[in-house]
Design a protein around this ligand. Structure first.
Ligand code: COA
Length: 319
């Protein structure tokens, strides 16, 4: 089952936190972060909730597509940092938009937005006509700000796509390899007087080197697989939208697959890693840049906790 993209939107908090600001309270430096991760500043919420960011990104996608909230058949949100465990972020967004359609969240960590696109494709197969898909994260809430290996990486933001029925979602691949050791965010322990096991702190725990190895392999394999499944060659792909986790992961994939670096997009320098929002924010930047031509093939590829990974090929146009 397939769809076409009718519009995109994104939102980044106005407050950018620079590396030098972090080095005032964590043992790190601008030079280390730029060299090892490729980030110089990251957007961090000062007042916004995750739902506020999702709402602003959704407004952009609705406006670009000319679809009104009352016309939506479904809202799907990808997130690991919703404001509430329940209700879902999608239900909060539905209320803010004044929509009445079904709404639910999907958690596949940083691969979540592509998992959500695939879920939307299945709903189009059930006859739905307009689905709003949003990735939104307030990771500043789940990071331990005294842990230098994660505090310098993660950030806040949201991206959205308005999807209509169509035939431009060409191929896709979803993977999961259950592992809560390498990268996880434990839930809050609660106050049960009966539970006897000590809980991990409810912040991001990450084995950076293991994630790095998994990420490069997963991205290269998934990207090559979805391109082949689409009946295309790598050179046929006009734009690659990789998850923005570390500039060195993207550079390693470029080298391994012999990609044209200028076709493999990056905005991590000023956005940081926004998990499920990352590829959606970058897609919105591309779609609004005027660089896309009708018929251009785009690959999106992501990886994250789970461990999950996902990729897809989309053809631009089809209106
Ligand atoms: N500033 C300064 N030094 C830091 C640091 C920071 N922010 N973070 C870690 N270091 C230190 C380590 O403590 C270590 O010091 P030591 O040698 O004295 O023990 C040294 O830098 C090297 O650590 P290492 O973990 O080998 O660094 P690295 O080159 O692997 O970079 C990451 C660390 C986290 C940037 C990198 O592993 C990474 O990006 N991994 C993938 C993470 C990711 O993508 N996560 C999201 C997935 S969706």
């Amino acid at each position: 089952m397939s769809f076409r993209i009718l519009g995109t939107g994104s939102y980044l908090p106005k407050r950018s936190v620079y590396n030098d600001e972090l080095s005032q309270f964590i043992d790190t430096s601008d030079e280390w972060i730029q060299q090892r991760v490729g980030i110089s500043s990251r957007p961090i919420c000062t007042t916004e909730t995750t739902a506020d960011m999702a709402y602003n990104a959704a407004l952009g996608a609705l406006e670009m597509s000319g679809v009104s909230p009352s016309e939506l058949d479904m809202i799907l949100c990808a997130t690991v940092s919703a404001d509430y465990a329940a209700p879902s972020l999608a239900c909060s967004l539905q209320s803010m938009l004044g929509a009445t359609c079904p709404a639910m969240d999907i958690n596949a960590a940083c691969s979540g937005f592509i998992y959500t696109l695939e879920t939307a494709a299945a709903f189009f197969g059930r006859g739905l006509k307009r689905i709003l898909v949003v990735g939104a994260e307030r990771l500043s809430r789940v990071v331990d700000w005294s842990d230098r290996s994660t505090a310098v990486i993660f950030a806040d933001g949201a991206g959205a796509m308005m999807l209509g029925d169509g035939d431009t979602y060409i191929s896709s691949k979803l993977c999961a390899k259950g592992d809560a050791e390498v990268l996880c965010i434990p839930s809050f322990a609660g106050t049960s007087p009966y539970y006897e096991v000590e809980s991990k702190k409810p912040y991001v725990h990450m084995n950076g080197q293991e994630v790095f190895k998994f990420a490069v392999n997963a991205m290269c394999t998934d990207l090559a697989d979805v391109v082949a499944a689409a009946g295309l060659k790598i050179d046929d792909i006009a734009w690659i939208i990789p998850h923005q986790a570390n500039a060195r992961i993207i550079d390693a994939a470029v080298r391994k697959l012999d990609l044209k670096p200028e076709r493999c997009l990056k905005n991590i320098e000023t956005t940081g890693n926004t998990s499920a929002a990352s590829v959606a924010i970058l897609a919105d930047e591309l779609f609004r840049s005027g660089k896309l031509k009708d018929g251009d093939y785009i690959v999106m590829a992501a990886f994250g906790a789970g461990l999950t990974s996902a990729a897809c090929v989309i053809r631009w146009g089809g209106w």
